[in-house]
Design a protein around this ligand. Sequence first.
Ligand code: SF4
Length: 218
Amino acid sequence: METCILAGGIIDGDEPSDLTAVYPVVEIFNSVQGEGARAGESSIFIRFGHCNLRCEWCDTEFDEWTDMTVIDILAKISHWPCKNVIFTGGEPALQNLWPLSRCLRKRGFHLAIESNGTIEIPEGLVNWICISPKDQLYPDVSIKQQSGDELKVIYCGQNLEMYSELEDGFDNLFLQPCYMESESVEWNGRNFALTEEVVKQNPRWRLSLQVHKWMGVD
Ligand code: SF4
């Protein structure tokens, strides 16, 4: 049995190749999930570098990262009492997440992924799948992951019919107003009001607001 010391504790029973797998990590932080079905839960966010899309509203610096092994990541997250981990990005599904997933699930972590859906998520990799498709910007990019726990659409006036083939594959459907820092308060306010109206007209969908932004936290 492989045994090694980590941050004052013992790790055992892990595959050495899992523990030494390397990931491009932009940041790791503990915050409260601000969006969607699990809003309000303390969560550890692991933000990976790289994305296969370039959305105009993206506020994530995914082109700069630090290479971290699974051991490095475990050492970092062991400081928090939280057992919810969210893989996000960038696009986390670009990574081979199996080594990290195996090591975290063995330690009792609940794993979620937030993905743009253009890459299929392997069965059993995580406990919770949240897909946020970007069809309104990339109509020619197909959504490969067509089922999961949560479909979260950034809403900026597009026709909801473009999601009709996805709706039945997800347990929770959310519309989240597109918020662009570069736009005026009035522009963003109109988008919030429009999203509320569309939710009222389409009651299968629920409104998701980015509560963490009101709180001024990541
Ligand atoms: S898919 Fe997500 S991470 Fe990638 S560019 Fe779009 S908003 Fe940013």
